[in-house]
Design a protein around this ligand. Structure first.
Ligand code: UD1
Ligand code: UDP
Length: 366
């Protein structure tokens, strides 16, 4: 009898990082793969499922405009309880640290369903940073049966929390599997940027940066754009109104600054490849950028992804006006600083994470 494994996706990064696992599981004769989209994100999730040709079996369509953590959580808990009662999977896979992950883990726990947590063990040890992700991943970690840790550091974090060594599998991060699938397509940059100009790619969406920190980031970007006409800035803006409104207020109308809608995954990878520097507060981009050799400044004070920082290819600059301006300018003006950060290392994975996750599940179920 085939085993039923339910793979859950809620937001853009979950779909990108779950896609390689779904595709690998679908090759296995012993498993009936089911895909549940909570659609905590709507358009940004659809962009990814279209790209990877993934068709959710169940879609909860949970997103509402400018949703609060409480309303989203409440909505998901109720919807998920019914779905999991009906589905009765042998195991559920979740990825990362979103509200989707936290609520699915809780319902699986209530219903005694085995949970595999992909990207387990990331920690800053500061419950407020990132908010609410540090709590979400700790809750999922408390309830999971398999902890698929991307790095040895993540494994050590889990051991510190009392997780059994036998339940931790260091796999690498599936984001690198996805990146390799996309990078092979070698797409053109979809946004017009003169080939003569250096491209500075920006993304920012973290909840703890809402308000004044995000304003500081945007002020710094404005100063940099005004002082560097030979550079072009590209910022695909997250649709959250707390981000979109501020980005447009500060950055619209600058001749060398393109604000655009969230980009499809493959064109975004093309933009990363074409970029000279990346400025981001994204988790996924922090993992991808070093693998394609792009110096990356992280618009946060802390990170749960310390490996690339320790190796000197990612630098934390916070949502701090002065540091963002100084460090970006240094990379633009000083070739040796630039070269030191543009080394192309991949501390987060080798592209075979999905294979290792599937192997663990195969050994358990067959
Ligand atoms: C969520 C995750 C965060 C992850 C991020 C990835 C939580 C609490 N946060 O944050 O960990 O890093 O996704 O991007 O789980 N919206 C749209 N269309 C979309 C997606 C979002 O319009 O396709 C707008 C909606 O107004 C929505 C709002 O963005 O209410 C916020 O979405 P939400 O998922 O709650 O938070 P994110 O900031 O996206
Ligand atoms: N990404 C994308 N289009 C964009 C910006 C980002 O496809 O316009 C991809 C990026 O390559 C990475 C993922 O989205 O794989 C990161 O998602 P996000 O920054 O929303 O969330 P986080 O990783 O911070 O949770």
């Amino acid at each position: 009898m085939k085993r039923k494994i339910l793979c859950v996706i809620g937001t853009r990064p979950e779909a990108i990082k779950m896609a390689p696992v779904i595709l690998a599981l679908k090759q296995e004769p012993w498993v009936n793969v089911r895909i549940l989209a909570t659609a905590q994100h709507r358009q940004m999730l659809d962009q990814v499922t279209d790209f990877f040709d993934i068709d959710p079996d169940i879609d909860l369509n949970a997103m509402s405009p400018n949703q609060t953590l409480t309303t989203l959580t409440a909505r998901l808990l109720l919807k998920l309880d019914d779905v999991l009662q009906t589905e009765k999977p042998d195991a559920v896979l979740v990825q990362g640290d979103t509200t989707t992950v936290m609520t699915v883990a809780l319902i699986c726990f209530y219903q005694h369903i085995l949970i595999g947590h992909i990207e387990a063990g990331l920690r800053t040890w500061d419950i407020q940073n990132p908010f609410p992700e540090e709590a979400n991943r700790a809750i999922a970690g408390k309830l999971a049966h398999w902890h698929f840790a991307p790095t040895e550091g993540a494994r050590r974090n889990l051991l510190k929390e009392g997780v059994l060594d036998s339940e931790i599998i260091v796999t690498g991060n599936t984001v690198i599997d996805a990146l390799l699938m996309s990078v092979a397509k070698d797409l053109e940059l979809s946004v017009p940027v003169s080939p003569a100009k250096r491209l500075i790619l920006v993304t920012s969406h973290r909840r703890e940066n809402f308000g004044e920190p995000l304003r500081n980031i945007c002020r710094a970007l404005r100063t940099l754009a005004e002082n560097n006409h030979a550079a072009h800035f590209l910022y695909p803006v997250h649709p959250n109104p707390n981000v979109k409104d501020v980005a447009h207020e500060f950055l619209a109308g600058l001749p060398n600054f393109t604000l655009c809608e969230p980009m499809d995954y493959a064109p975004f990878v093309a933009a990363m490849k074409r970029s000279y520097i990346i400025l981001t507060d994204s988790g996924g981009v922090q993992e991808e950028a070093p693998a394609i050799g792009k110096p990356t400044l992280v618009l946060r004070d802390e990170t749960e992804r310390p490996e690339a920082v320790e190796q000197g290819v990612v630098k934390l600059v916070g949502p701090n006006y002065k540091r963002i301006v100084t460090e970006t300018q240094r990379l633009l003006d000083d070739e040796s600083s630039y070269k030191a950060m543009a080394r192309g290392i991949s501390p987060y994975g080798d592209g075979r994470a999905a294979e290792r996750i599937v192997k663990t599940l195969r050994e358990h179920f067959t």
